[in-house]
Design a binder for this molecule. Sequence first.
Ligand code: ADP
Length: 550
Amino acid sequence: FDGENFPHSKELRKVFHTVFGLREFRHNQLQAINAALLGHDCFILMPTGGGKSLCYQLPGLVARGVSVIVSPLRALIQDQVQRLIAFDIPAAHLSGEMDTGQANTVYSQLYQRDPGVKLLYVTPEKLSASDKLLSSLESLFRRQMLNRFVIDEAHCVSQWGHDFRPDYKKLNVLRTKFPGVPVMALTATATPRVRRDIIHQLAMKEPKWFMQSFNRPNLKYSVKPKKPSNATADVTEMIKSNFKHDCGIIYCLSRKECDTVAEQLKKSGIEAESYHAGLSDSERNRVQDRWLNGDKCQVICATIAFGMGIDKADVRFVIHYSLPKSVEGYYQEAGRAGRDGMLAHCILLYTYSDVRRLRSMIERDQCATYESKRVHINNLFRMVHYCENVADCRRSQVLHYFGEHHFDREHCNVVPGALCDNCKSKDLFIVRDVTEDAKEIVKCVRELTSGRRSDYTLLHFVEIFKGSQNTRIMDLGHNKLALHGRGTAYSRGDAERLLHRLVIEEILAEELRTTAADTTACYIMLGSKAADLMHDKIKVQMAVQGGRKQ
Ligand code: ADP
């Protein structure tokens, strides 16, 4: 699809230059546009900021009829449509919140012989709930004026992804109701499994693939231990010493956390604002505009609702104050840094207690099914694995998650300064086979929990393993257990990481229980893979401190 000799090529170039005012196509854009114009189903995977929109906007304008774009967020849609109209591009949107008058204007344009709209944006809810919209699409279809369906943020269709939306699942009706109308799926994040699922759910036919490496060479990834009582002070210090005049985002888990972090930063003289779904539309717009314009707002403390579709090129740092829910989510959020291609920092503050917070949120979700909880927990555990894996290059780990298995860690610092923390400290750790230690831990857990409810936390087993003689251990007589003191050679951090590892590998399990004081506590039990370990079907390898000092 590289060529310039398609019937539409001349027109395409003209619209590209005159309407969009652009000069050169970016990687894969022209190829994807050509494939779309030839009527193929297309699957476009490009990193955020790669220029996905053009891949459907341009063919939408050149081809006959109307392209229908399904996009998950109303705010995003409005923003896009406003931008297009400012370029004199005949775009419109339909969403649940519009008043009838506005919606009727759009419908009447769709029924015109030559429809006055070329790019029609809709939310998936609207598409599945509005008969009026479906009738107008059927009319376009009969008149051969329904050009293409574009599914933006297509990973939302898959429940294996990090952002599954049930309304996206209903999009499979498009294929049955409108046979032969090409489909284009676009996403910035999809694992091989999610990709297969998207194709299946949308019943795409032999799609043409346009994939790009997920590597963002200018992003420096690092994970730092988070001391919950001191985290805001650490972040303040980090910003003051490294990012004094730089613009950044701090992702927090809850609205309250956004507010308190922003408040603390302000008290320390950093221009920070809080941004989350609890603010009114006008308040959110005000914060967003000030941040975009660098107007007395250097740092934004936001929940993950912030950033979708926001295009600020010079974000120099993204700090995750809390653990992201999945590697996909992390990649997406961290990826809002450094869109200008210059060095930018992605710093994740990690503590295992955040894992428990997230887990209890997942488990308490009354609307979720057993399967979806499993998917969320799985995604979370992959994220924990990323944080706790101090041996492998962070960049390779992220790319591996997206199915790119051949990234060579030698290329981690192609952009000067972007070497990840693990590559920087790779000589400090050595990878050891710790299967025998893991087996001893499993034996001890079995001994202390068989036939009864577990009353021991992960840290209690760390204490035993390390040979602690604290009062509880002595009172319980756990200093007499075979495991006691087996791990004295481990640093405290390594011992904890080993236990965490056994949990996320499902060799052990943590049972969440609400205590009398209404707090959640976690108790260790055997996991579903314990027997596999004991029967030598799996091995456990881990990087531990003790390599060459730098
Ligand atoms: P994505 O949807 O992949 O995150 P967008 O479609 O929003 O990315 O594009 C990101 C930015 O890149 C936009 O500001 C867009 O105008 C710009 N852009 C897209 N294609 C080109 C191009 N060929 N040349 C220059 N700028 C482009």
